[in-house]
Design a protein around this ligand. Structure first.
Ligand code: ADE
Length: 224
C-alpha cells in the first residue's frame, strides 16, 4: 500500500508515523509513506497557497491550483483521494478496515478555514473527519487515519490476535479492563478470576466487564 499526505506541514504528519509499529511497517515495506508540502506546487512567486473567501467571511481558504496540480501529479486510476475536514464523515474502525484494502490513498489536509469547494467537487472521493472537534491542522488528522490503517496491514502488529480482541472489533462493545503483575500492588488486587486459570469463567467475566464499561462510557454503542 502507498499513502501520500498533502499538507502545508509534512513534519507534523510524519512525526507520529516515524516511530515504533508504523516505522517498522514502513521498514518492512508494508506501506510506502510520503508527506509532501503543497507549497511545492504553488506557482505564485511567494509560494502562497491560500486566499480570502469569495463573498467575504472569516479567515483564509486553500486555493485550488496547488491542490489540483499535486493530486493530478500523484494520482493513478487506483488512487482514492480523501480530504481531512471536520465537515467529513466520521472515521470509524470499520472504515479503517475498508481503507486498509486500498492500494493507494492520497490524504489531503486542510488548513486555515478549509479548501476551495471545487477541490471537493472535482478531486475528492471521500471527506473524512476524525471526530466532532476542530483541529488547527488536517495533518494531525491524516496521521491519526494513517496510523489506524497501517496497523491493520497484515504483518504490522507482531501478534495478529491483538486485532481480534480489541475494542471495536465487536462493533458494539469496548474492551474489558486488563491487569498485569504484580498481583498485589499497594494492596490493590488483580481480580481473582483472572488468576484462576479457568478460561470459561475468565471469558464470561470479560464479557460482563466489557458490557459494564460500554454502558458507562459509550451507551450510544449499545443503542446502535
Ligand atoms: N481538520 C480540522 N479538524 C479536523 C477533524 N476533526 N477531522 C479531520 N480533519 C480536521
Amino acid at each position: 500500500m502507498r499513502i501520500d499526505i498533502l499538507t502545508l506541514f509534512p513534519e507534523i504528519a510524519l512525526a507520529p508515523l516515524s516511530e515504533s509499529i508504523i516505522q517498522r511497517a514502513r521498514d518492512a515495506g508494508l506501506v510506502e509513506l510520503h508527506a509532501h508540502n503543497l507549497r511545492d506546487w504553488s506557482t505564485d512567486k511567494h509560494k502562497r497557497t491560500d486566499d480570502t473567501p469569495c463573498g467575504g467571511g472569516q479567515g483564509m481558504l486553500m486555493m485550488p491550483g496547488p491542490i489540483f496540480a499535486a493530486v493530478e501529479e500523484l494520482r493513478t486510476p487506483a488512487s482514492k483521494v480523501i480530504l481531512m475536514t471536520p465537515q467529513g464523515k466520521t472515521f470509524k474502525q470499520a472504515l479503517a478496515r475498508e481503507l486498509a484494502e486500498e492500494t493507494h490513498l492520497i490524504l489531503l489536509c486542510g488548513h486555515y478555514e478549509g479548501v476551495d469547494h471545487r477541490v471537493v467537487e472535482q478531486l475528492v472521493d471521500l471527506e473524512l473527519s476524525i471526530g466532532d472537534y476542530v483541529l488547527t491542522n488536517g495533518a494531525i488528522a491524516a496521521a491519526v487515519v494513517t496510523d489506524a490503517i497501517v496497523r491493520l496491514l497484515p504483518g504490522a502488529l507482531g501478534d495478529e490476535r491483538s486485532h481480534q480482541e480489541e475494542s471495536f472489533s465487536d462493533p458494539a462493545l469496548l474492551e474489558a479492563p486488563a491487569y498485569t503483575r504484580p498481583i498485589d500492588f499497594r494492596g490493590l488486587q488483580v481480580p481473582e478470576v483472572l488468576i484462576s486459570g479457568h478460561h470459561a469463567k475468565i471469558a464470561a467475566w470479560k464479557k460482563e466487564q466489557a458490557l459494564a464499561r460500554t454502558r458507562a462510557n459509550r451507551p450510544d454503542l449499545l443503542d446502535s
